[in-house]
Design a protein around this ligand. Structure first.
Ligand SMILES: C[S@@+](CC[C@H](N)C(=O)[O-])C[C@H]1O[C@@H](n2cnc3c(N)ncnc32)[C@H](O)[C@@H]1O
Length: 302
């Protein structure tokens, strides 16, 4: 891969190609993109700057080559790219992530977008939307809503102590502390727990809870070995203990007419609709993702 410090071809073109091949050999699904992002991270430049530097014949300095070697080696060991760059993109934001917090996924941007639309609708009608993000992780959904709907106030709840710290770091870094509050607590408490003060007043509850069944261990090492177990496994035989409890919590939190948006696994549409079939709910449906797979429960509080 990259030549050891002080030796070999350090041209950016050669270094990029070597990193690409090493990541490909390690089974990385997007080796070219990962190589570019790691090199850009090590050089401290935007990815788009790399092609200009390739044309100009840029050569890596000793320390850059050494840091790149270390980063590519760790990526080849299947450490998540986002843990190496320290950042994960989410809608218009870049979020700080690392060990102890779930790396936000592109598919959740869809759910966050529906929450943004719903909150913008409340704001357009003259209201100040109150949004709760249950199981917030890095704060992804909460922060996207606050970023895109300036009238929104968002309360985010998270059980994992490390994740709470990451979410609070993101709130501070994005300067959204006046409108986003991260509370440490259990979103699965039937009495609404740390959210008792807003029970019955919330316009939108958005959640991406853990929902993987215990016998469906993810195959990707990045997920299996680096996302916290608390973020993956939803509990019970079907992985739906936390999502079931989240629906019950949402029923306590939402005002009449308030909206629940909850992500789930592609085979969990019917089961999660059943959680919202009682008298607390005026209607429940399943939204699909861009590949046509069942992806989220949408329900209106009666
Ligand atoms: C799948 S991750 C999603 C994180 C974030 N919402 C996102 O989309 O990137 C689920 C999160 O729920 C948290 N969690 C699990 N059980 C919880 C509970 N009972 N109450 C609150 N948070 C919980 C996990 O620690 C993890 O951060």
């Amino acid at each position: 891969m990259t030549a050891p410090a002080g030796t070999g071809d350090r041209s950016l073109r050669t270094v990029l190609a070597a990193a690409h091949h090493r990541l490909e050999a390690a089974g990385i699904a997007s080796p070219a993109a990962d190589a570019h992002l790691l090199v850009a991270h090590v050089l401290g430049v935007p990815r788009g700057e790399l092609s200009r530097r390739v044309v100009l014949g840029y050569e890596l300095a000793d320390d850059e080559a050494a840091r790149l070697e270390a980063a590519v080696a760790r990526r080849a060991e299947r450490v998540p790219l986002q843990h190496l760059t320290g950042l994960a993109p989410f809608r218009r934001l870049e979020l700080l992530v690392g060990p102890g917090v779930f790396v936000p996924r592109a598919e959740t941007e869809l759910l966050a977008g529906w929450a943004v639309e719903a909150a913008a609708g409340v704001a357009a009608a003259g209201g100040e939307p109150l949004v709760v993000d249950l199981c917030t992780g890095s704060g992804a959904i909460a922060l996207a809503v606050a970023d895109e709907v300036p009238q929104a106030r968002v309360v985010a709840v998270e059980l994992g102590a490390d994740a709470v710290a990451w979410a609070r770091r993101n709130v501070e870094r994005l300067g959204l502390g006046a409108r986003v509050e991260v509370r440490a607590g259990d979103a699965a408490r039937a009495d609404a727990g740390v959210l008792a003060d807003v029970a019955g007043e919330v316009d939108i509850v958005a959640a991406n809870p853990p929902y993987i069944p215990p016998d469906a261990e993810p195959v990707e090492p990045e997920v299996r070995d680096h996302d916290p177990a608390l973020a993956l496994y939803g509990g019970g035989d079907d992985g739906l203990a936390v999502p079931r409890a989240v629906v019950a919590t949402a029923a306590r939190l939402l005002r009449p007419g308030g909206l629940l948006l909850m992500e789930h696994g592609e085979l969990q549409g019917a089961a999660t609709r059943a959680f919202a079939s009682g008298p607390d709910w005026a209607g429940a449906r399943t939204e699909r993702d861009l590949t046509g797979r069942d992806r989220a429960l949408v329900a209106v509080r009666s």
